[in-house]
Design a protein around this ligand. Structure first.
Ligand code: ITT
Length: 196
C-alpha cells in the first residue's frame, strides 16, 4: 500500500520511517517531485494537520497522510502551540525558538508542558485523525544533540531531554510515536478489515 507523506520536514520523515519502514510504501513529497509549501494557517493543531493533508490530497488525488505538532506550555497558556515552528519568527529557527521559550519561562515555577501530534490520513476521500501526547517539563537550558526542534529543552520524567534519546528511544515514548502506532493499528485492523 502506497502512502504519500505531506511534510517538508525531513526529521519527521526519519521518525515516521522508524515505525513505518517495511510495513508501508511511504513516499515523501521530494520523491513525487512536489516542491510547493503546504499551507498551515489554521488556529488549531488538528486544523493545520487537516489543511496540509487535504491540500495535498486535492492536488494529487492519492492516499496520503500529514501531521501537525505543537508544544503546549502550561504557564504560557498553551503557547507556543500552533505557532511552535514560527515562535521566534518566520525563519523557523529552532535555536531562536528555544531561546525565546526559555526567556518567557524565566522566573515561572510551573514548567510543565506537552507535545501534541495530530496525524491526518486521507484514504479514498475519507478523513481520519490520530493523536499522540507526551507530557514533560521545560528544562532551564538545552541538553543533548539528537532529535530536532524543541527536543533539547523538553525534559522527560527520568531527567533526560528528548535530544538525549536515540531515534528508537524517542519513538517509543514520543507524541509522534504514539500517534503513528494508532495509525498503523487502524491500517492493519479496521481499515483493511472494512475494505475486504
Ligand atoms: P511540516 O512540513 O510537516 O508542516 P514543520 O517543520 O512546519 O513541518 P510543524 O508545523 O508540525 O512542522 O512543527 C512545528 C514545530 O514544532 C517544528 O518546526 C519543530 O520546531 C517543533 N517540533 C515538531 N515536532 C517536534 C518534536 O518531535 N520534537 C521537538 N520539536 C518538534
Amino acid at each position: 500500500m502506497e502512502l504519500i507523506f505531506a511534510t517538508g520536514n525531513q526529521n519527521k520523515v526519519k521518525e515516521f520511517q522508524q515505525e513505518l519502514a517495511g510495513k508501508y510504501d511511504v513516499k515523501t513529497l521530494a520523491e513525487i517531485g512536489f516542491t510547493d509549501e503546504l499551507p498551515e494557517d489554521q488556529d488549531t493543531i488538528e486544523g493545520n494537520s487537516l489543511q496540509k493533508t487535504q491540500t495535498l490530497y486535492n492536488l494529487i488525488k492519492k492516499d496520503c497522510f500529514g501531521e501537525d505538532t505543537g508544544l503546549e506550555v502550561a504557564a504560557l497558556d498553551g503557547e507556543p502551540g500552533v505557532y511552535s515552528a514560527r515562535y521566534a519568527g518566520d525563519q523557523k529557527d529552532s535555536e531562536a525558538n528555544m531561546d525565546l521559550l526559555l526567556k518567557n519561562l524565566n522566573g515561572k515555577k510551573d514548567r510543565s508542558a506537552q507535545f501534541k501530534t495530530v496525524i491526518t490520513l486521507i484514504l479514498s476521500d475519507k478523513v481520519y485523525q490520530f493523536e499522540g501526547i507526551l507530557k514533560g517539563t521545560i528544562g532551564h537550558c538545552k541538553k543533548g544533540s539528537g532529535g530536532f526542534g524543541y527536543d533539547p529543552v523538553f525534559v522527560l520524567e527520568d531527567g533526560r531531554t528528548l535530544a538525549e534519546l536515540t531515534l528508537e528511544e524517542k519513538s517509543t515514548v514520543s507524541h509522534r510515536g504514539k500517534a503513528v502506532r494508532k495509525l498503523i493499528q487502524f491500517l492493519q485492523n479496521d481499515y483493511i478489515y472494512k475494505v475486504e
